[in-house]
Ligand binder design. Sequence first.
Ligand code: 9YT
Length: 134
Amino acid sequence: MIVTQVSDVRGTPKSVRTDTFESNRMLVRSDKVGFSLNHTVLYAGSVTHIWYKNHIEAVYCISGEAEIEMLSDGTRYKIVPGTLYTLNGHEEHNLHAIKDFECICVFNPPLTGQEVHDENGVYPLMEDDDALAS
Ligand code: 9YT
């Protein structure tokens, strides 16, 4: 069994900070469980462009509020605590954090933990996670 506290991850290479969010990679590919799991907080008032061409992502809201703006047709979805949304079609979207938006993000295939968004909001498929392997 693997037991992890978010405080174990903060301040390590598995904690990624950008202008709009903090992402703590609590389960990563080297854990070999078939998916990865992040505890993520997006900052109130921020907008993050996301397009996971290489991954399926499921996002479960714990606290705060956000709106997902689908870039294909402008549809907006309100996300509140208790909402799960799953990007099973690699949907390109903007994530508007209305209040600090705290969520759990599950990825398949699993992230290595080192990924950052490229200029299109994409996480690359990474081949080498030796730096994070335990
Ligand atoms: C909800 C969401 O997709 N936020 C962007 C950050 C990303 N999910 C991550 O790596 O934690």
